[in-house]
Design a binder for this molecule. Structure first.
Ligand SMILES: [Zn+2]
Length: 301
């Protein structure tokens, strides 16, 4: 009555790696007093953002500075010379590819987790069954040994008295019944074992699939890609890449800051910090460093 036990567990989980996007700007005259009229220039639809929404995001960005200054500075005007451009190239293409891979990974992960739970539940029941089978088998074998010893003893005496003989016969019948039951249980457990192995195989196939995708994801993205996410050139703002709406608004706000004449500041949580993408904590709240720099270029009233 041999049982097959074969349990393998393997899974690597990967973390997520970010982009490092750089802001870039060139210096020009600051519009703190005369204001800055802007329009939308190049607008690439491949970003999957409508022009209407984009204009809304731009408006949300300008307000960050205007609120701090207590006055209106940036004004949308359809024909204004100062352009805000949304330019689609390799940078955004890769961003989308990366997001798709992450989406695929999490889908595989969901399936894996379900299989893993199913396997775990089944395995617990299976283990309980094995435990009680082995316990019963042990009892059975002890009783069988006792029985056989007694038989041998009475045989050496040339036979047992009637009462003893009947008790032994009763024990023999019990042992036969129990042996039949244990054999049946063993067959059931063998069936369960093959079901367990099937579940395990499915689970491991998913784990392998996950690991394969995760490995190629890691190979591709474990070195942070560095590029200009957005730039202020003195007469326009170009946006090249963003991960989501929040990211886009942050980039626009940063470039508007340059348009006001602001330089980069220290403190990674600042809007005017030179790098983006690693610190997801960066919000649209101006840091003390942002405010000091704003006050340097445009007096806060
Ligand atoms: Zn910058």
């Amino acid at each position: 009555m041999k049982l097959l036990k074969n349990v393998l567990v393997s899974l690597f989980l990967v973390g997520s790696f970010g982009y490092l996007g750089y802001f870039f700007y060139q210096y020009s005259i600051n519009p703190c007093d005369k204001g800055l009229k802007y329009s939308i220039g190049v607008f690439d639809n491949q970003f999957n953002v409508s022009k209407e929404d984009f204009k809304k995001y731009v408006a949300e960005s300008e307000v960050v500075w205007e609120k701090a200054l207590g006055r209106d500075i940036f004004v949308y005007e359809p024909e204004a010379d100062f352009k805000i451009n949304l330019i689609y190239d390799q940078r955004q293409l890769e961003t989308v590819q990366k997001q798709k891979t992450e989406f695929g990974l999490s889908a595989i992960e969901d399936v894996f987790k379900k299989l893993d739970v199913d396997f775990g539940v089944f395995k617990n029941k299976y283990d309980e069954r094995i435990y009680s089978y082995e316990k019963d088998l042990n009892l059975f074998e002890n009783r069988k040994d006792d029985y056989e010893n007694e038989i041998a003893f009475w045989n050496s005496k040339g036979g047992a008295p009637k009462e003893k003989f009947e008790a032994l016969e009763k024990e023999r019948l019990y042992l036969n019944t129990e042996a039949t039951r244990l054999n049946k249980e063993s067959s059931s457990i063998n069936i369960l074992t093959s079901e367990l192995n099937k579940l395990l195989k499915e689970r491991n196939i998913k784990a392998t699939e996950y690991n394969k995708v995760a490995e190629s994801y890691n190979q591709k993205y474990n070195q942070s890609l560095e590029f200009n996410q957005a730039e202020y050139t003195g007469k326009e703002i170009n946006i090249y890449q963003f991960n989501n709406k929040k990211d886009l608004i942050l980039a626009l706000t940063h470039e508007f800051g340059h348009a006001l004449g602001m330089d980069h500041v220290e403190n990674a949580k600042s809007i005017m910090y030179y790098i983006t993408g690693t610190d997801t904590e960066t919000s649209l709240v101006l840091s003390a460093e942002d405010l000091a720099e704003l006050n340097r270029v445009c007096k806060i009233k």
